[in-house]
Design a protein around this ligand. Structure first.
Ligand code: GDG
Length: 479
């Protein structure tokens, strides 16, 4: 497929996600380049996309131009254009200020605006239409995440021949919260357009099936929904993972090891380095974690000469009001803790509001004795798995929130309730004082778990289930 050619009905596998897996880079000479955005999803899907004339449909970011489909590094990419108003209402509004907080236990108050939902419908329809143009007869389509929950039903209407899968990367809330949503029925019906609806955790799949029974009135049995037209929809849990080998190799590389040493030196070679890595998001529990650390210093349980907390907070959704408020909050808290408890050359918290290349992230994971991951609610949390992947020496400790999907698998972490500050303080101290042998045992067990289930296992387990649905579809994907 060349740059200007429309890719009509050619792709046997179509990935539909809010964003394309590339970022647009404008060079100093004004020329435009696309750079692959790092991320497990594209790594996992690349081989199967190449083997099956795959196409990826998504928003390229920006609102300036309506771009034609193009091929980048052998991947067919199909841009969906959004206007400035749609970015505000569909993306920042309905996706990130309505659905995101509602699906994360209402840890921030969701806003309900009818015009935001209208934009959500319009944009979802555009994604569905684009997909209908691109997908080959009987193709498999895999739709991703909360921004596109209406796409499955819209697409089925346009193209009943397709096999459609949907995966939700974030939690799916219990009925008690979901039913606040004025558009609850539309969203459930949107998802029911899929043959397989996947979630991170079994509880989320159960929430979905229960809601479908209660709100839409369809018959259900366990994870299956029976529609009046004879179709079935299968719900299930497919916990996502990371490119374990790729990251471990990076962590092993000489420059990363060297950089990890250098980071510890630059921090003044403290006895203990604690680390947090998150998008700056109110679901991630950054505030509670820093408070816990501050109190441990205040009470003399820890000393700034011995322990430092490195918090990387990657800028995120900066135009959404709640994210601006959060940023100010964290700035103030870090300032207060450092002002009260730091000494010259020894801040308590080394706070980095920025994003880093993968190599630097791997070096930070290598440099940290204790990784502190304390979301109030999280679909999975890849950072926890990435830390474990980098600890090939079996050293290091993971403090992990029970409310992250990752807690289902990483049972040997120091599991905490992020709402319980005293409990978190006790667990951080326990991790700091644990005997190296017991830490080694925990880390080995967690490494075994992630090695047995990496991101390509995740992708193939979902696509296998999808390809087994609907016996009238005979076309199988090539492995
Ligand atoms: C959603 C769900 C689910 C962060 N800062 C930098 C950077 N990162 C990378 C991390 C990690 C990823 O971003 C963040 O993934 P998480 O899983 O931790 O969280 P969300 O962004 O909220 O992701 C989540 C996930 O989807 C997948 O299904 O696990 O529950 O909320 O990979 O390493 N990477 C680089 N520089 C940074 O500064 N290079």
């Amino acid at each position: 497929m060349s740059g200007s050619e429309a890719p009509n009905h050619t792709a046997d596998l179509v990935i539909v996600a809010n964003r394309l897996p590339v970022d647009r880079v404008v060079n100093p000479d004004g020329s435009i380049e696309w750079r692959r955005s790092p991320g497990g999803l594209v790594t996992a899907l690349e081989p199967v996309m190449r083997a099956n004339d795959g196409a990826w449909i998504g928003w390229p970011g920006g609102t300036d131009e309506d771009l034609e489909p193009f091929v980048e590094d052998g991947l067919s990419l199909v841009p969906v254009h959004l206007t400035e108003a749609e970015v505000e209402e569909f993306y920042e509004g309905f996706s990130n200020a309505t659905l995101w907080p509602l699906y994360h236990d209402v840890v921030a108050k969701p806003e309900f605006h009818r015009e935001w939902f209208d934009a959500y419908v319009t944009v979802n329809r555009r994604f569905a239409e684009r997909t209908a143009d691109v997908a080959a007869e009987n193709a498999m389509v895999w739709v991703h995440d909360y921004q596109l929950q209406l796409v499955p039903a819209m697409l089925r209407e346009l193209r009943p021949d397709l096999r459609i899968g949907f995966f939700l990367h974030i939690p799916f809330p219990p009925a008690e919260l979901f039913q606040q949503l004025p558009w609850r029925r539309q969203l459930l019906e949107g998802l029911l357009g899929a043959d397989v609806v996947g979630f991170q955790r079994p509880g989320a799949a159960q929430n979905f099936v229960r809601l479908v029974r209660q709100r839409v009135g369809h018959k259900t049995h366990r994870d299956m929904v029976y529609l009046p037209d004879g179709r079935t929809v299968q719900a299930g849990s497919f916990p996502i993972s990371i490119d374990v080998k790729g990251l471990e190799e990076l962590a092993h590389s000489e420059p990363v090891q060297q950089r990890a040493k250098e980071i510890r030196e630059q921090l003044g070679n403290p006895k203990r380095v604690l680390l947090g890595v998150d998008r700056l998001d109110y679901t991630k529990g950054i505030r509670a974690r820093l408070r816990a650390f501050g109190e441990l210093l205040e009470e003399g349980e820890l000393d700034v000469e011995d322990a430092v907390f490195v918090q990387v907070a990657t800028p995120s959704r900066e135009r959404v009001e709640q994210y601006r408020v959060l940023r100010d909050d964290i700035d103030r808290l870090v300032g207060r803790i450092n002002g009260d408890l730091g000494r010259i050359g020894r801040p308590a918290i080394s706070y980095l509001h920025t994003s880093y290349p993968r190599e630097e992230m791997a070096a930070l994971y290598r440099a940290a004795d204790i990784m502190v991951v304390t979301p109030l609610r999280d679909g999975m949390n890849l950072v926890a798995k990435e830390y474990v992947a980098c600890r090939y020496d079996g050293e290091g400790a993971l403090v992990l929130s029970e409310f992250a999907g990752a807690a289902d698998e990483l049972r040997q972490a120091f599991l905490v309730n992020p709402y319980d500050i005293n409990g978190m303080k006790a667990s951080i101290l326990e991790a700091i004082n644990a005997d190296p042998k017991s830490l080694n045992k925990r880390m080995k067990a967690m490494r075994k778990t992630i090695n047995e289930h990496d991101v390509s296992d995740w992708a193939s387990s979902f696509l296998d289930v999808l390809s087994e649905t609907k016996p009238m579809h005979r076309k199988q994907l090539r492995p």
